[in-house]
Design a protein around this ligand. Structure first.
Ligand SMILES: Nc1ncnc2c1ncn2[C@@H]1O[C@H](COP(=O)(O)OP(=O)(O)O)[C@@H](O)[C@H]1O
Ligand SMILES: [Mg+2]
Length: 368
């Protein structure tokens, strides 16, 4: 079993409503409890921003600053294989400075890959139903762990798609430079398709196995990934054929930004069909498999951040989730309005579980 990443301490300054707060987590479980609107999710978000450089709730940096403040600061002490390191994130309204042990990372993805987190929030429970974006992001996160150099293709592809579209809208389908942008899209795009295909070869059987274990009585789950484009020439031709349509729609309709992970419950596409409960089990399976594969690819178990999941899942699924998480060694952080409902394993050692009350942005360890 791979070692687990551990957060030893979090200090915040002016991060949302956490003016000045310190968290000393449990070795295995940290239960953040309190009334609504007190700052529980903000604590998880601070951990996520400190580890990944970005929030799971918003892409807008100003939202991370405490109202009226020009910057927010986070310091995380993390341990991996007994070695400690310090992550510092200083966030301004228009920029962020990230440091690991005082050194700047070479890129945002480079920073995020050091300290993996897997987040479950109520929105994630829609992953099997809504638009394809979160499913593609999931595959790309895993693909980056498998091959960090993929960041270049991700950024390069997105940039070329934007430039092509801008040119199409400004000058139409005959613009000369389109060919050059489309060549870049094809080059990076094929790399992304290949990387997703490789990751799926490992991820999909894992997710299916977790699902069928969580819901042995339910219909077996079918997951499939087929890249939208398979060859250089046809990919290039599709881009060219769609120039006019893309210009009219103001949308790039050819490329990896359009493909998807197909989720089916016994032949029926699960989006649109399937009960709410079935979708939640699928979402749980996809996320638990993400924890597992991230650990395999990265060689360290990610931090697991669970925001309000017990209020969204029924009792049986919450129990399954905790049973699963208890069996493995990841450090888990969770928020709840009712700490007494969070049943962690009974054989925990002292310090394995810490309950912290969050009230108006202040953190109080229970019993202190
Ligand atoms: N930028 C901000 N500056 C100060 N306070 C904020 C900011 N953003 C949100 N808050 C406050 O944070 C609280 C919500 O925090 P949240 O972590 O979502 O609560 P919980 O998860 O406990 O329900 C609210 O009281 C809200 O007013
Ligand atoms: Mg919350």
């Amino acid at each position: 079993m791979s070692a687990a990443l551990r957060l030893r301490r979090l200090d915040t300054l002016d991060f949302r409503n956490l003016a000045r707060a310190t968290l000393e987590p449990g070795h295995r479980f940290t239960v953040l409890f309190g009334e609504n609107g007190q700052g529980k999710t903000n604590v998880l978000e601070a951990i996520a921003v400190g580890c990944a450089g970005k929030s799971f709730r918003t892409t807008k940096l100003p939202e991370l600053l405490r109202t009226g403040q020009a910057r927010a600061q986070l310091r995380l002490r993390l341990a991996e294989d007994g070695e400690e390191r310090v992550h510092d994130a200083i966030i301004g309204a228009g920029s962020r400075q990230l440091r690991i042990d005082g050194k700047r990372p070479t890129s945002l993805a480079g920073y995020a890959l050091r300290s993996p987190t897997v987040v479950f929030h109520p929105g994630v429970l829609e992953i099997s139903q809504g638009p394809g974006q979160p499913r593609r992001q999931l595959l790309d996160r895993l693909a980056l762990h498998a091959d960090p150099s993929l960041e270049e293709a991700l950024l390069g592809h997105a940039k070329a798609q934007r430039a092509r579209l801008k040119l199409l809208i400004a000058r139409g389908a005959e613009a000369r430079e389109l060919e050059a942008y489309e060549a870049i899209i094809v080059r990076h795009g094929l790399r992304l398709f290949e990387a997703r295909t490789r990751v799926c070869a490992e991820y999909l059987p894992l997710a299916k196995a977790v699902h069928d274990r969580l819901a042995p009585a339910a219909e077996p789950l079918t997951l499939a990934y087929t890249p939208r484009e398979q060859g250089e020439d046809s990919f290039r031709r599709h881009l060219e054929e769609r120039r006019t349509v893309d210009a009219v729609r103001g949308m790039a309709t050819v490329g990896p930004q359009r493909d998807d992970l197909e989720i089916a419950l016994s032949e029926r596409i699960a989006r649109g069909h399937g009960s709410q409960g079935q979708h939640r089990t699928i979402a749980l399976a996809l996320k638990l498999a993400e924890v597992e594969l991230t650990a395999r690819l990265r060689g360290v178990r990610p931090l697991v951040l669970l925001d309000d999941v017990s209020s969204e899942l029924d009792r049986a699924r919450t129990a399954q989730l905790f049973e699963h998480l208890a069996r493995e060694a990841s450090q888990v952080f969770l928020t709840t309005t009712r700490a007494e409902l969070i049943a962690t394993p009974e054989d925990l050692a002292p310090g394995d579980r810490v309950d912290v009350e969050v009230r108006a942005g202040e953190l109080r360890p229970k019993g202190s």
